[in-house]
Design a protein around this ligand. Sequence first.
Ligand code: CAA
Length: 295
Amino acid sequence: MQISVIGAGQMGNGIAHVFAQSGHGVTLIDVSEAGLDKGLATIAKNLDRQVTKGSLTADQKAETLARVTTSTEIAAGVKNAELVVEAATENVDLKLKIFKDLDLHAPAACILATNTSSISITRIAAVTKRPGQVIGMHFMNPVPVMKLVEVIRGYDTTDAVTKAVADLSASIGKVPVLVNDYAGFVANRILMPMINEAIETLFQGVGGVAEIDTIMKLGMAHPMGPLQLADLVGLDTCLAILRVLHEGLGNPKYAPCPLLVQMVAAGKLGMKSGEGFYAYTAGSKDLIVAPAFRK
Ligand code: CAA
């Protein structure tokens, strides 16, 4: 299948990686050449991990990379696509603009999927002339590792499109789970209030960063604590999702913690900016609490 992926950031390059590894031709599209180069370098680095572990051969790595081409133009990048997966920044105006463009330039039969973490599929579909072919395909970070694809049906999404996307997800080794289109769907409706509550617990001084994360890791068997997970997802993304939940469901319990709002304003976005609840150094896996939260 020929698949175009919009956005070469942490979700987009992971989505391109898993499709290309399963034999699909992928066009990775981003506004900047620098973004594309960084995305391709990340795919190569993550494929190397698999080669080192023995789950992939060096030849399979080379074949996977050879299946990925790049483009900085939506029109050229989607002209032969059978499926587009949009994984741009979590910003509704940007997504609406991209979907208008996709609808103009992608072939009539092409399915338009979005990896949005929380924005209404129905609203995105409504700016196209093919709402029956618009669907949510929500991958989890890190994409090559996490098994889930949350498949979200918009108001008009057809049965045939839903089945095609679920079957495709299963064929690349993922487990599709079908849900309906309300703010945050299922994954983030449950995950983000937990992350927000962890931040509120820190904000109120009930516990420190390491204490909160250790409690959830050792007490609840979570693979990483909620504050470390917030850093992995990106604090700007967490804030954007909480705002969609707050506005979309109209319940004050989803209001983002003031500490999260302040950290995003300060540019402390987690791993991608080098600092969030923890401080990150390239090449190091050590988990060091960020200076602002050291006792
Ligand atoms: N690409 C490919 N492989 C990767 C990888 C990547 N980016 N990151 C990790 N791996 C592989 C490693 O090679 C390793 O493989 P093996 O077990 O086969 O050796 C395995 O994953 C585990 O990695 P590590 O040993 O380096 O580290 P770990 O055991 O601490 O696991 C983790 C890392 C998989 C990220 C784990 O901590 C985890 O599951 N964390 C929770 C992740 C999570 O909750 N994700 C969902 C976020 S929410 C989201 O994405 C949706 C949203 O809308 C916000």
